[in-house]
Design a protein around this ligand. Structure first.
Ligand SMILES: CC(C)(COP(=O)(O)OP(=O)(O)OC[C@H]1O[C@@H](n2cnc3c(N)ncnc32)[C@H](O)[C@@H]1OP(=O)(O)O)[C@@H](O)C(=O)NCCC(=O)NCCS
Length: 194
């Protein structure tokens, strides 16, 4: 792997990838959504379900729901084989960019209080803990409620572009080919989504 480049692409879930998405979900999120759940997300106009793929194989998955002016990040997971390279951060940049494109004002999510990896990642991208839901998870663990209230702040998108640039460079400097991934100079070029 060290000498050959692996091509990365950003995709929206296609019907033929449903089984692979459920398998990835099982591997990195412990089986959060079923095939029917992913099917619903594909069809929902309020949902952006994004994948990072190598040769059509999903290796990272994330989803944001638009509810009124809020972007709810409902899942984010990276295949354990590909963690700690910047893929989670790259995908989160894309999810937040989508939320911005939709005109949303805030982003929010719940995360296990013990999930330091995710907390570090979300804090870096501007999320702060504002409270907790006690015994939220089936095993009784508390969830922290994170909010990013600054989506529409003047400099937020520019800061996000900086994170995106950093991730892109980090991936490019390892074994990833990013020809199919949005160039940094186009990150601030937005399409209006409703
Ligand atoms: C959380 C998760 C998505 C991170 O994905 P990833 O691709 O490994 O993350 P990145 O490589 O983009 O890391 C970005 C930053 O997050 C933090 N981070 C990621 N993994 C970490 C770890 N194991 N320990 C501490 N911090 C970590 C670091 O700040 C890291 O930056 P750095 O590498 O410059 O130190 C991944 O660990 C995962 O899929 N976990 C299981 C599912 C999950 O918990 N999802 C979140 C639920 S809300």
């Amino acid at each position: 792997m060290a000498n050959s480049l692996t091509s990365l692409s950003l995709c929206q879930l296609e019907p033929e990838q449903l089984a692979a998405a459920v398998e990835l979900d099982r591997k990195c999120l412990g089986g959060l959504w079923s095939e029917a759940g992913y099917q619903r997300e594909m069809e929902s106009p309020n949902s952006d379900l994004l994948l990072l793929c190598t040769d059509h194989r999903p290796i990272a998955i994330g989803c944001v729901w638009a509810i009124l002016e809020e972007g709810h990040i409902t899942l984010l997971g990276v295949d354990p084989e590909f963690r700690r390279q910047g893929l989670g951060q790259l995908l989160l940049c894309f999810l937040l960019r989508r939320a911005y494109e939709r005109g949303l004002e805030w982003a929010t999510l719940e995360v296990r209080a013990s999930n330091q990896a995710a907390l570090n990642l979300y804090n870096r991208l501007g999320f702060q803990s504002v409270g907790e839901r006690r015994g939220y998870y089936p095993d009784g663990e508390n969830a922290l409620i994170l909010w990013n209230k600054g989506l529409r702040d003047q400099n937020y998108l520019i800061q996000l572009e900086g994170h995106y640039r950093h991730c892109r460079k980090r991936l490019q400097d390892s074994h990833w080919s990013l020809e199919n991934i949005l160039p940094t100079q186009e990150f601030l070029t937005l399409s209006r989504k409703s």
